[in-house]
Write a protein that binds this ligand. Structure first.
Ligand code: G3H
Length: 557
């Protein structure tokens, strides 16, 4: 008995020592102030005390919301979360003022912005893109502190935003050109053109505060809508660098920015019934709550990017070199904080052990650290308050028989969470079903392809899927089984939104609408027709309404 107690104490002491050592190792990942390279230092806090409403940048005298970075500062071993600024915690009244301003700016489609011809709107947006470019360094440095995304990925996000908008402009021009063609069908002449809906409320997510917010806002504007932007909870401070650009490039009221607690400022807007388009990327729960508040449901147009639990199915003949490199990127890019991340792996039991060994090897080589470090993959989690949830998912799975394959996997310190490769996962565990949105890689070993196929069919999500295999026949059979359940099947590649010309949508609870360059404008405008019987008068009218390019081109007889 004594010996047992001694062994237990010894084991406990060894564990304590190991965990102290691990804590020490993780502490070292956080920088002291002097470790931060000059280029990325915040020389002062970003206390934003002004708001853009009704074309005016006015001082904000009300309450401010404090912003702390997910990056902690190592002060001789003690870690302090860095305060980086604050922004207006706007009130219901202020939000309703933004709504008034938007309503006035749209004026039933007769306001300045919706009345501008497309060419003039493009001019404004291009001017805005130039101003955005001028602020690139400030924006990226601020975002680095707000969301701790690796700097090179922020640079890509910036470039992607510019390219996306430039291409949407081309699509708008093409649509405009098509609308100039007078259509004739059964003796009726018609000009079919796009009209904006009115007020678009745009809410982007914190994992892509720039790209995914601006790829809603700028197409909405391009289509002639006026917008109210609510930046995400993380990724709001950088907007301060753009207030003058918004003010200078767009007429008063066309762009309004509100910030603060969503409950206080978004809910009254939805309850007013005056928002025409809800463009939202975030959780289904929030989207449902917002839509439920809207009084005239059939009048609300929505474009929604929601949750996903994209699976990878690894067939027995898969090329493991490809699977492993795509899995690491697919599951761990930006700490797995991507809606399109690979969030569960079904691996055929014949190769599961080999796959796991190679994946563990690859994961052990991943760099953890701060977002300014080169080749860093794992950085602080944007919202450290989510860490208890990640731990709970891992703990629950371990209690039900799962194992962690990698040393330190699932350990955390403040905002850093060491990726956990979790195997022996099964359907009784929450991690099997829930969207972790973090660096946990759950592996399920299957022997019958029915298991992953049933999983995909039963899942409430339906965004994408990755299949890894080398035999054409088996791939085709599997694609046929699942293609109706998801919006994109990736073969031997990870799931992802891009290229942005491809449809980006989802089935079931994953999305409503398509965010691609080719289709996004359709969610911010509706087709309208001016039609008349073919008479001399109507011919003359159409000529002056919108000089058709070619009267002979028609769609019927
Ligand atoms: O969070 C949403 C998507 O993951 C964005 O696209 O595939 O380029 O990360 P991505």
């Amino acid at each position: 008995m004594k010996k047992q107690a001694y062994n237990f104490l010894k084991l406990q002491a060894e564990r304590d020592k190991a965990s102290k050592q691990q804590r020490g190792e993780l502490t070292q990942l956080f920088p002291s102030e002097s470790d931060i390279p000059e280029k990325f230092r915040l020389n002062s806090n970003l206390d934003q005390q002004r708001v853009l409403i009704d074309g005016q940048i006015i001082p904000w005298k009300g309450a401010l919301a404090e912003v702390f970075s997910p990056i902690y500062i190592n002060n001789g071993g003690s870690l302090d979360r860095k305060r980086i600024g604050s922004y207006p915690a706007m009130t219901r009244q202020a939000a309703l003022k933004a709504l008034d301003s938007a309503r006035w700016a749209f004026s039933s489609g007769n306001g300045t912005w919706p009345s501008f011809p497309l060419s003039r709107r493009i001019e404004s947006i291009e001017k805005f893109l130039e101003r955005l470019e001028n602020q690139k360094e400030n924006i990226l440095r601020t975002l680095l502190w707000e969301i701790a995304k690796p700097y090179h990925e922020l640079e890509d996000e910036f470039e992607r935003t510019r390219q996306y908008i430039e291409q949407v402009i081309k699509v708008a021009c093409q649509k405009e050109e098509d609308s100039l063609l007078l259509k004739k069908e059964k003796g009726i002449l018609g000009l079919i053109h796009d009209e904006p809906y009115g007020i678009a409320l745009c809410l982007g997510p914190y994992n892509y505060p720039l790209f995914e917010t601006f790829s809603l806002v700028l197409p909405a504007l391009l289509a002639g809508n006026v917008v109210i932007i609510k930046p995400p909870k993380f990724g709001v401070l950088f907007f301060d660098f753009l207030l003058e650009a918004f003010q200078d490039c767009f007429p008063p009221g066309a762009v309004n920015i509100i910030s603060g607690d969503g409950k206080k400022i978004i809910e009254p807007l939805m309850k007013s019934g005056e928002v025409d388009v809800l463009a939202f990327i975030g959780s289904a729960e929030t989207a449902n709550r917002l839509i439920s508040l809207y009084p005239r449901k059939n009048r609300l147009h929505s474009l929604l990017g929601l949750g996903a639990k994209n699976a990878a199915i690894v067939l027995p003949d898969a090329d493991l070199d490809v699977v492993v490199s795509e899995s690491v990127l697919g599951a761990l890019a930006f700490n797995g904080q991507r809606c399109a991340a690979l969030k569960i792996f079904f691996v055929h039991k014949e190769i599961e052990a080999t796959f796991r060994k190679r994946l563990l090897d690859a994961v052990s080589k991943i760099n953890l650290g701060m977002p300014w470090m080169e080749r860093v993959r794992i950085t602080p989690i944007v919202d450290p308050e989510r860490l208890p949830y990640l731990h709970e998912l891992v703990r629950e799975a371990l209690n039900k028989g799962a194992r962690i394959g990698n040393k330190n996997g699932g350990r955390s310190l403040e905002s850093i969470f060491v990726p956990a490769v979790l195997y022996q996962v099964n359907s009784k565990m929450r991690i099997y079903w829930e969207e972790q949105f973090g660096p946990i890689i759950p592996i399920v070993s299957y022997h019958d392809i029915k298991e992953p196929v049933t999983y995909i069919s039963n899942s409430p999500f339906g965004q994408q899927l990755s299949i890894f295999g080398t035999k054409t026949k088996a791939l085709i059979e599997l694609i046929d089984l699942v293609k109706n359940q998801v919006s994109r099947v990736n073969i031997n590649t990870k799931c992802q939104r891009g290229p942005d010309l491809f449809p980006f949508t989802g089935k079931k609870d994953s999305a409503h609408g398509d965010f691609s360059i080719l289709n996004i404008l359709n969610y911010f405008s509706s087709q309208a027709v001016v039609a008349a019987r073919e008479t001399e008068l109507s011919q003359a009218l159409f000529q002056s309404l919108q000089p058709p390019k070619n009267l002979d081109i028609n769609q019927g007889s």
